[in-house]
Design a protein around this ligand. Structure first.
Ligand code: FAD
Length: 401
């Protein structure tokens, strides 16, 4: 594996770092105070600046108007943008649009590309991904109650979803629904594109998550699909291939999440070190002089480095051998980095004392919102079971002395 960063990438990362510090971090105050409605027009101006700098949509293909970076290159971009919760949105590479763009590009018809994909990459519209259900276990999604029944040229969708992130204001949802209940479990469901203005697409509420309902992009919707009728041409890919497509969506997506989390680790770590350096804790004594604080700093540095190298290795393996070959590595980074991030953010909060609990720094936001990292895109336990099974399989016929 080669860790050299090309000159082109050094320039791009330098520009992003500067933009994050100068243009985005100053906006975090409004973001943390929930002034999202006022903030969104300002973010539109920042997005225009990003487009002018030709840094829009770094991971999306150049022919669609993105920068066309490789997975390894875009991983570094996600690390840089992850330092602020406003980074990915401003650069047009945020979930769930990023994953939806990937599958629309790979599986969409030319008509679907024109109507949904092109404006999505351009940032003219937003989308959401609607799979998890209120009454069914998201960790075992083959258990699904939402149905899409054929009627004439249409599908009629009924179901109750939640945690459809960013549904508020989205132009369309990609909905996972059972199209053939008699097929084998992994062939029962399909993905269907549902415009949000379709009668029967009912956003019931933005779910309060850790005390915040959010707004627009920064929210999680609960949606009732009530006799929601869309044309059959809105089927994405083949009927019954919902889970096949979902797998495609999750491979590179997990690299992006994990590198964003490394960005959160880096920011929290910097804040922790700066606070330890500056905070006088006794006459002529700074926090940084205390060995217990030094241990937190050393452990965090080592854990971040280990996690970062694991993610870059997984990205390299996907690039070299494909998502399927890298399944074990992808699962390992998902639970490792989520837990590393939580320990690092927790230590940064601890070192800040009472200040860490306030919204006067970004740390409390990270602490609240990133707890979810151990739940979405596969709960810790499911990834651990998957890793253990893959490893144990290799031992079935091995003699160990
Ligand atoms: C912030 C956030 C954003 C999200 N965004 C989206 C989105 O945009 N679209 C979408 O469709 N969904 C989204 N989700 C939903 C997410 O994918 C599900 O919450 C997740 O799959 C878990 O499903 P569940 O909540 O039904 O938990 P359950 O399946 O009920 O599991 C509950 C707990 O059981 C334990 N568990 C589960 N399986 C096992 C096992 N095999 N062994 C041991 N223990 C186990 C785990 O501790 C798990 O946390 C989001 C969730 C969050 C928190």
């Amino acid at each position: 594996m080669d860790f050299t960063i090309s000159e082109k990438m050094q320039t791009i990362l330098g520009m992003i770092d500067e933009f994050v510090v100068k243009e985005l971090i100053p906006l975090e105050k409004d973001f943390l105070a929930d002034r999202l409605k006022e903030l969104l027009p300002v973010l539109e101006e920042k997005r225009a600046m990003v487009r002018q700098m030709e840094l829009w949509a770094p991971l999306h293909p150049a022919e669609l108007g993105g920068m066309g970076l490789t997975l390894m290159e875009s991983a570094l971009v996600f690390e840089a943008l992850g330092r602020t919760p406003l980074g990915l949105y401003t650069f047009g590479c945020m979930a769930p649009d990023a994953g939806n763009i990937e599958i629309l590009h790979k599986f969409g018809t030319p008509e679907q590309a024109k109507e949904f994909l092109v404006p999505l990459v351009a940032g003219k519209i937003r989308s959401c991904f609607s799979m998890t259900e209120v009454d069914m276990p998201g960790s075992n999604p083959v258990m699904m109650e939402t149905t899409a029944v054929k009627d004439g040229d249409d599908y009629v969708i009924n179901g109750h979803k939640w945690y459809t992130s960013s549904a508020d204001g989205a132009a369309f949802a990609i909905v996972m629904a059972v199209t053939d209940p008699d097929a084998p479990p992994h062939r029962q469901a399909s993905m269907i594109i549902v415009p949000a203005d379709t009668p029967g697409f009912n956003l019931a509420r933005n779910i309060p998550v850790m005390g915040h309902e959010g707004h627009g992009y920064f929210s999680h919707g609960e949606i009732l699909y009530q006799n929601c009728r869309v044309p059959q041409k809105n089927l994405l890919g083949q009927e019954g291939h919902g889970f096949v497509i979902a797998q495609e969506r999750l491979g590179p997506g997990r690299i992006h999440h994990c590198m964003r989390w490394i960005g959160i680790c880096n920011r929290s770590f910097d804040l922790m070190c700066a606070r330890a350096r500056d905070r006088i804790i006794a006459p002529n004594r700074k926090l940084a002089d205390r060995q217990l604080v030094q241990a937190m700093i050393a452990e965090s540095a080592a854990e971040i480095q280990a996690a970062r190298l694991m993610v870059l290795h997984a990205a390299w393996k996907i690039q070299e051998s494909g998502t399927k070959e890298a399944r074990k590595e992808i699962s390992m980074i998902k639970f490792t980095v989520a837990n590393t991030m939580q320990r690092v953010v927790d230590r940064a909060l601890q070192v800040h004392g009472g200040l860490g609990m306030t919204d006067d720094t970004i740390i409390a936001h990270f602490f609240r919102h990133e707890r979810a990292s151990r739940i979405y895109d596969g709960v810790d336990e499911v990834h651990k079971v998957s890793v253990a099974r893959q490893i144990l399989k290799t031992y079935e016929n091995k003699t160990i002395k």
